[in-house]
Structure formats: structure tokens, C-alpha cells
Write a protein that binds this ligand. Sequence first.
Ligand code: HGY
Ligand code: MN
Ligand code: MN
Length: 418
Amino acid sequence: MKRAEKILKRINELSEITEEPGVITRTYGTPAFVEGRLLIVQWMEEAGLQTSIDHIGNVRGKIISEDSDEKTFVIGSHIDTVVDAGKFDGPLGVIMGIDLAEHIISSKLKLPFDLEIVAFCDEEGVRFQTTFLGSKALAGSFETVILNETDKDDVTLRQAIQGIGGDPQKINAKSIDAKNWLGYFEIHIEQGPVLYEKNIPVGLVTAIAGQCRVEIVLEGFAGHAGTVPMQMRKDALACAAEFILAVEEFAEEHKDKLVATVGKLDVPHSASNVIPGKAICTLDVRSADENFLESALQSIKKVTIDICSKRKIDLQWNNILQTKPVPCDQQLNHLLQQSITAAGYDAIELVSGAGHDAIAISDVSPVSMMFVRCFKGISHNPLENVETKDIAAAIAVADNFLNLFISNYNKSKWKYQH
Ligand code: HGY
Ligand code: MN
Ligand code: MN
């Protein structure tokens, strides 16, 4: 269990670094993020990896093959967190990746390709509402138009990148060219209850659900809580309340194919004796069925328009993010399935409701993901927890997977149809 204990020790050490004392919060570009990143560099260097930090702020650790032709296999996950996060969402996959690389180096295994371990800098998108910043940069698909996005203190993404030593004009410069990707493997907690209920330590991900994120701005008219008659009000918060319940009702009606969440509600300039003139909500809708996701979004938008016109509230519907469902690669999953059974576990298949950096990487590479059981499936919550024995199980499977990939790899044969 030595390797698993070391991984857990590092996860605990990283979780101590936070921008909010008492809770775990490390969002893109903050001093806590930079401090945490230094720890990852240190661990990668201790493992014997060639380290670098790219222009968006990903930490990268490489084993360069003796007969390198730049074809690269990548193992990664993210080191940024949500607010008041758990310890494992992201760091588990990064720190396990470092362990796997360290194991390859210490066992003097000769790699026929380059292996890169990547700690992505912004998967959650908490600070700038932009997800997959790091993985898009690695895939070469970062769009400079988002450089003007601002955080709650009106700092632009451009300024944040410069603030941590990056160059906003060169974000895609350190990407891995599409022709050089051999594959991508991400180890991540399941963030759902299936493995916990089935009492299985690991699971094989077949696909990642598509997701849409929308910012909903509701403009009514602020007024005196004591003097404006009810029938004359344009109460933006009451409108938001009806919208939130309508979203929940729609998702309940289609719960076999969809989840929908209003995760944020801001009421600017709120006071107990003021009729709210403005309310801003976020809408997050997910489905593994691409067509259904699109039609569901349109249905929710129509319901929202009807609520707003009934209440004489002006509506702004700002699309923030739209990702299609991503299938994991069948060739890689065949190897992963063999690796799980070889380690003595049933290879159960799961669709990921959560988004992952694998979504952005899937534009240029075959992707595979292994889920690790977490306590009652709890995540995005400080109660998130993973047992040492499940980390040990995941190590055994991941070692098998890498060995199988290496033994199956043949420079001419392994072609990926983009
Ligand atoms: O929201 C998600 O699915 C992921 O945790 N970023
Ligand atoms: Mn995650
Ligand atoms: Mn997350």
C-alpha cells in the first residue's frame, strides 16, 4: 500500500493550500493556485520528470523516450477546485499520474513513446466562468476571445494569465500537435454513487455527458417594499424563484435523460426593504443524448420567456458553454477493461455526468477515463473521500493499463482517426 499511502499523503498536503482558510478553494491564477502548482512541480521533479509550466499555467512533467518521435501519451487531470471543495476532485488524477510515471522511471521501463503528466490549471471554470482553459491550451483549441472575460473583481483573464507569468498571445504555442497524440488517460473520482453502491473500487467510463451552461439575467424594477402595491411590482427575485422551480420541474419530468441545476443566484444591491430589481442565475443542463440536450435547452428557454413576459421582466439568456457528449475511445477502453479484470475487479461501465478535461482533449486524441469510488458518491463537497485501498486498486489497474498500452503499441499500427 506504500504507493497509495504516498498518494494520499500528497493529496492531503495539497488540500492544505487554499485561498479560504478552513475550506479548500484554489481557483485559477490565485496565490493559492500558484503555491499548489509549485508543490506539483516539486513532486514531478522528485519523480524524475522533465517539468515545465506552459503559458496558460498547466504544470507538465515529461518522460522523453530514447527513440522519441514526439508521439505522446498523456495522463492528466486538474488542480483547480470549486469553492469549499473536496480534496480529490482533480488532484487524485494528477498525483496518481505522477506516481505512475515515477513507477515507470524507477522500474527502468523503456518507453517507445513520450509520456506526459499534466496538471490542468482550470477545469472547473469558477473564477472566469470558462471551463477547460488548460486542456484547451494543450489541445491547441484555446480561443483568445475569452481573454477579456472578467472575474468578480473585474480582473480580466488576460491579466490573470500575465499575473502568473503566462503570455496570453502564446497560449496554444505549447500544445501537443494533433498528429502526435497517442492517447489520453484520466483517473478521476466518480462523483456519483454507483461504485459505492456496487462496492467496486474502480469503473470504466464509456462517455462523458454533454453540458450547457447559461447565465440568466432578469431585469425588473427596484422599488420600496412598503409602498408599491403587489400588482404593480416587477420583482426580479420572485421571477427567479418561479424560473428555478420550473427548471427543477422540467428536469424531474425528464430525469431518466437529463439533470438541470441552478447553482448560483445573485441579487445585486439587495436589501430587505427593497423589491429586487435584478437577479442573475446560472443554469447547468446535462445529458448523454446530444439531441435531447438541445431540445431540452430550447424547452427550458421557452418556459423562461413565458414566465418573464407574464411578470413583465426583461430576460437576457447568455450562453456560456456548450459541450457535446464525448464517447471514450473503444481501443483504449478495451485495454482498460482488460486491465480492470486482470486486477480482479468487474469492469462496470459508467457514463460521466460530470465534465472533465477529457472533453477538450477528445478534439485531438482518443480519450479514456477510469473512475475511482468515492464515499457515497459525494463530491463538490468537503465530505468527498477516497479510501487508501481504492487508491491501491486504481494503481494496480493503471499499471496494467500502461503496460498493456506499451505492449500493444506499434509505431505503424496505432493510428487514431481524428
Ligand atoms: O461541472 C463539472 O462537471 C466539473 O466538475 N467541472
Ligand atoms: Mn473534476
Ligand atoms: Mn469538479
